[in-house]
Design a protein around this ligand. Structure first.
Ligand code: GLC
Length: 568
């Protein structure tokens, strides 16, 4: 929106003092998916120097930190989440020297650096796994992973150890030439590590120190709830439970595979590493744990310190649902002495501008909104684009005003939609290949960013970007949005810039609006936020208007719009 004149009260605001060690509590963290951000060397893939090149863009955007998805050497069996070497940069993305240069440039711009750590599994190209393959059964090299002999059935025949299904579809065990099987919770190229092996624990503490020594400020921990498995069950002599039996087991700390209590011992060890630095390094857990009490354990200050809350990402566009989720997560975070994290999009889910342009989940549908749309061809013609963008902008303004940290995903600041109709031949996500016809996969949110509308590859930097970009990307290109005062990009810039000054204590007070469809709260410094979920305009509360996600209509707040005001 074109900027509004700011009231003198605003200029007088003193942002809350944030000690260095607490920077993460209310930070705005921008997720970069490096291979699709900016391609400086023109090889079709985004690279580290491309991120350095775009530091001015990130600075102008006004974020506090970037989180880089994996940039390590990888065979790309899972978009880089199959790490072949935890202490290096993929050669096609750059070098460690490039990484150091990028970190220095980001720090110089006042932006912190968070990197992704993938501890549940390595790549099958990792030196450890290669060694395991070439070592005998029972060897120390195999003991770094989870190996098991065949199950012998009633007729004396050798069978796969269990009928477990991997997260990307297909069996969870793969067999080596000598007959032993290894466990992979995800793709076969991602063998699970054995976290009861002290060598594995030492290795990751060392990896954390390696990046901390390079000046990295924090870590995002991939599938943080899966590392430790029940030794007695996994390595014991008894047959493994069946998939159906496993599905019925509660996640109460005793499940053989997920969210075991012992995983927190690992993170207590990591905390000691984090605390060796000044300011202490920080971490955020990706832990898809339903039970909120158990999820909060990952945010413990003796452990990782913060955990993702994906609740809004799965919520309908429905005010009472939002309010419940907000209250609940604020309470949980406070109980763990942490702050919560608000997320609408990331590299694993359908972009939220698209989700908001689709009907809410139908009764009985369990997955995230949009799966059906993808299966039906994923055409943007079937999305209410205007509604999607409108709701997305309004929701972002709500999130940015809540106590806690907000995680943004590259491209959402351009109002980008999911590319749902990527041709089968161009797809890369293992879920697409391992669950034919059931799961289309996550490629549609990983398409290279458009920087310049009328340049080849929309200014991404390559003649042939690693995913083809649709023609409608031109409308969202950075140069186009930069010029348009009503663009999503300019809304993000304004909101983030105001937010720096408005940052206040981590509390909010709800206010009665007389309508179930309108949420309103005020922060301790008089920062008042109103979000109208309905289609009809409503009156604004008193106060000086700072920003609204859509222009007011006759002085009233239009439908599906959020406004920020300041007490006069
Ligand atoms: C996490 C990542 C996802 C990856 C998976 C396996 O969920 O976000 O992209 O496929 O872990 O590493």
């Amino acid at each position: 929106m074109p900027s509004l004149p700011l009231p003198s009260k605003f200029e007088e605001l003193v942002p809350v003092d944030v000690p260095d060690a607490q920077w993460w509590r209310q930070a705005v963290v921008y997720q970069v998916y490096p291979r699709s951000f900016y391609d400086l060397d023109g090889n079709g893939l985004g690279d580290i120097r491309g991120i350095t090149e775009k530091v001015p863009y990130l600075k102008e955007l006004g974020i506090d930190a970037v989180w880089l998805s994996p940039f390590y050497p990888s065979e790309l069996a899972d978009g880089g989440y199959d790490v072949a070497d935890y202490r290096d940069v993929a050669p096609e993305l750059g070098t460690l020297a490039d990484f150091d240069e990028m970190t220095a440039a980001l720090h110089e711009a006042g932006i912190r650096v968070v990197v992704d750590i993938v501890p549940n599994h390595t790549s099958d190209q990792h030196v450890w796994f290669k060694e395991a393959v070439n070592s005998p059964k029972g060897s120390p090299a195999r003991n770094r992973y989870i190996f098991r002999d065949s199950r012998i059935d009633e007729d004396g025949n050798e069978q796969i150890p269990s009928d477990w299904i991997s997260m990307f579809g297909g069996p969870q065990w793969d067999q080596l030439a000598d007959g032993q099987w290894y466990l992979h919770t995800f793709a076969p190229e991602q063998p699970d590590l054995n976290w009861d092996n002290p060598e594995v624990r030492e290795e990751f503490e060392d990896v954390l120190a390696f990046w901390s020594d390079r000046g990295v400020d924090g870590f995002r921990i991939d599938v943080a709830h899966s590392l430790v498995k029940d030794q007695a069950v996994i390595f014991g002599p008894d047959p493994l439970p069946t998939w159906a039996e496993m599905e019925k087991l509660p996640w109460d700390g005793t499940h053989p595979v997920w969210d075991r209590d012992e995983v927190h011992d690992v993170y207590r060890g990591w905390r000691k590493v984090f605390d060796r630095y000044d300011p202490p390094r920080v971490a955020v857990a990706e832990a898809w744990v339903e039970d909120p009490q158990r999820r909060a354990k990952y945010a413990s200050i003796e452990g990782l310190g913060q955990t993702f809350n994906f609740d809004l990402l799965r919520a309908d566009f429905h005010a009472p649902q939002f309010k419940e989720i907000i209250d609940h997560n604020l309470e949980l975070a406070a109980r763990a002495d942490s702050s919560t994290t608000w997320v609408l999009s990331n590299h694993d889910v359908i972009r939220h501008a698209t989700r908001y342009g689709l009907p809410d989940l139908l009764e009985g549908e369990e997955s995230v909104v949009g799966q059906k749309w993808l299966l039906d061809g994923g055409s943007l013609a079937d999305v209410d684009v205007e509604q999607g963008n409108r709701r997305a902008d309004a929701t972002t303004m709500l999130l940015l005003a809540l106590p806690g940290a907000t995680y943004l995903y590259q491209g959402e600041e351009l109002g980008l939609h999911e590319v749902g109709d990527i041709a089968d031949a161009d797809r890369q996500d293992p879920t697409f290949f391992r669950s034919p016809g059931v799961d289309i996969g996550r490629d549609g949110c990983r398409v290279p960013l458009p920087w310049v509308a009328d340049a080849q590859g929309y200014g991404f930097g390559s003649e042939t970007p690693h995913f083809p970009q649709p023609t409608w990307f031109a409308d969202h290109a950075v140069d186009v949005e930069d010029r348009d005062p009503h663009s999503t990009l300019n809304l993000y810039r304004q909101a983030l810039s105001l937010r720096k000054r408005l940052l206040t204590e981590e509390r909010l007070t709800w206010e009665e609006t007389g309508s179930e469809d309108v949420l309103q709260f005020v922060r301790p410094n008089g920062w008042r936020v109103i979000m109208n979920f309905s289609k009809d305009a409503v009156d604004l509360p008193d106060g000086d208007l700072l920003l609204s996600s859509r222009p007011l209509e006759d002085g009233r707040l239009p439908g599906e719009t959020t406004a920020w005001l300041l007490d006069a």
